[in-house]
Design a protein around this ligand. Structure first.
Ligand SMILES: Nc1ncnc2c1ncn2[C@@H]1O[C@H](COP(=O)(O)OP(=O)(O)OP(=O)(O)O)[C@@H](O)[C@H]1O
Length: 229
């Protein structure tokens, strides 16, 4: 589903060259749940932005569902992003002026769906996260855990091939975090691949595989993976 070969990222400014990511290979198969862990400043955000087609890489090749993304225009990339990737952020990123229905519908408006199809998708996604009866409510009327569920519904509504989650439980207390993790597990079991950045090893251990980034070096964490297995 996702195949990266010798991907590297260098940031160049007038005076400083930062090798944010050393060349790495990564292969994620359809249906996998992969956690990415690593200390602050190690390159996780850079990795996530590259994977989410939000940032270019300096070297290497990246195939998303057998499509080479290297030479796509910005417009083609945003289209691919909207169709294939569902984003989930630490701070939920819901629009406060819109009710839950409209929040979930928003990314679907950039697709070629009829109003009826959009409605079916929103209702279906809100049902999956257990909030369909709150669709006329506004984000500030919900708890943090519920807001994250809405953000997950928004990410799911377009039937992406994978979810990209950046510290999805980072703003939640531990019981809400566990609820979100079990929802993500259910979504994964139902067939959607997930790539999740977290610094929480306990949450990471619930994934199928753990990838570690340290000082820009990405490795499969074999010892943790054995423990998880
Ligand atoms: N736009 C940029 N220009 C120059 N250097 C950058 C830029 N963005 C990131 N870096 C550098 O690349 C390295 C990796 O940063 P990155 O933000 O990916 O780390 P991170 O693991 O996500 O950290 P955190 O967990 O604190 O968010 C750091 O040394 C950072 O200073």
């Amino acid at each position: 589903m996702l195949k990266m070969s010798n991907i590297a990222k260098i940031y160049l400014t007038d005076t400083v060259k930062t090798q944010a990511l050393q060349p790495f290979n990564l292969d994620i198969k359809a249906g996998e749940f992969v956690a990415v862990v690593g200390p602050s400043g190690s390159g996780k955000t850079t990795f996530l932005n590259i994977t989410g087609l939000l940032e270019d890489y300096s070297e290497g090749s990246y195939f998303l569902n057998d499509q080479d993304v290297t030479d796509l225009s910005d417009r083609q990339k945003s289209r691919l992003r909207n169709e294939q990737i569902g984003f989930i952020f630490q701070s939920f990123n819901l629009i406060p002026e819109l009710n839950l229905f409209d929040n979930v519908e928003m990314p679907l408006r950039y697709r070629k769906f009829s109003a009826k199809e959009r409605k079916n998708r929103v209702v279906d996604a809100l049902t999956k996260v257990g909030l369909v009866n709150r669709q006329a409510h506004y984000p500030q009327q919900l708890s943090g855990g519920q807001q994250q569920r809405v953000a997950i519904a928004r990410a799911l509504a377009g039937s992406p091939s994978f979810l990209l989650a950046d510290e999805p439980t980072g703003n939640l207390d531990s019981s809400m975090a566990d609820g979100i993790m079990s929802l993500l597990k259910d979504i994964n079991t139902a067939g959607t691949s997930i790539l999740m950045v977290t610094h929480d090893l306990q949450q990471a251990a619930k994934a199928d595989r753990i990838v570690e980034i340290r000082d820009g070096v990405l490795t499969e964490n074999e010892s943790i993976n054995q423990v998880v297995a």
